[in-house]
Design a protein around this ligand. Sequence first.
Ligand code: PMP
Length: 434
Amino acid sequence: MTADDLLARHRAVLPSWMTLYYAEPIELVSGQGRRVTDARGRTYLDFFGGVLTNSLGYDIAEVREAVQRQLATGIVHTSTLYLIRQQVELAEKVARLSGIPDARVFFTNSGSEANEAALLVATNHRRSHQILAVRNSYHGRTYATMGATGNRTWSPTSINPLQVAWLHSGDRLRGLLARLPEADRVDAAAEDLREVLATQTSGDVACLIAEPIQGVGGFVHGPDGLFAAWKKILDEHGILLISDEVQTGWGRTGEHFWGYQAHGVTPDLLTFAKGIGNGFALAGVVGRAEVLDSVSGISFSTFGGNPISTAAGNAVLDYLLAHDLQANAARVGRILGDGLRAAVAELDRVGEVRGKGLMLGVEFVHPGTGAPDAALTTRIFEACREGGLLTGKGGLYGNVLRMGPPLTLTEEEAREGLAILVDAIRSGVAAAHP
Ligand code: PMP
């Protein structure tokens, strides 16, 4: 079967709203290290799969063997009605690493489900369905998480089970906070929160859910200290803070293990997903026992924390700690980030190069007006693929190129990918001029 046959069959049977990357969508059939090969035999350096799913990269022997050992036991009964050793072990590790005191962990199968659980716990704990969320956020594709998603492209329904009041994001290019001097932005965000609480809520609010770096939103992040300024006000009202670490967790930002740590504050609930399974369905929510235990009625999960996924999760976590991949993200991320900033930040169609560690974005704009340029972004995104590099796209206006390679990326691979990126960006920008 050719890739084209598969595409036609995909289009015929899967929902029309399922996004496929690239004008000529690709089917990945094998992977090794940081490289993936498609059905046509083309191999790519992967600068996006790391933040999406494969935090360690592809065909990691330790993960493969841990899953094979689990499969070999014949125990594929997955439900939480029986003790699962791998699950308890992983929960202990995640609780310890979370930074949350007296932490408990509930495993789910996806980030959406983890946020759904966090929102359920918070609204139940506080007996309120009013929440705060951030503009340009993405929290998942379930009913409540879509309701908490501040981007209509990703949240098509107007029916929301939650009553949501929206805070400004820390975006440096767009929105009200963008127009302020750097030194004033944290204070302005705090004022925004106070005003939103006073004007758009009864004051009886369950929680604020926020991403330390907005993933789907185009790697937008506010100034360090933003969460702390918010939390100070939230605490005055007993409102819980949920840090959605689905993209920022496990050392990806380099400077910290979790994104929230840049802000010098600890959330009440933290959600994780994606990279912890390195391809296996594994996610969850961590929270103080007082909060997480306050809900009764979520007593069971068929697949959440199943022995195969948690076997993978334990192997992934052990690997990333043993190899200090957070330090690698900082070191190799600096090479990539500094290289990008030096080579393209001054181009008139580049609005901003931003991000931390191995989570880096480039926003493309029209010169002069600063209006988003999605068409240029798409051309550069396609050119990267043609050059042998997979990247991501994102942002409210689809004008941000996103880089989230596996945390195992080497210095040589960073330089190799950087050369392809810079070439694609420079040629794209040059061709965009009249
Ligand atoms: N939160 C964030 C920050 C995400 O980036 C995503 C996925 N893009 C989700 C939640 C939802 O995770 P999943 O796709 O595993 O449901």
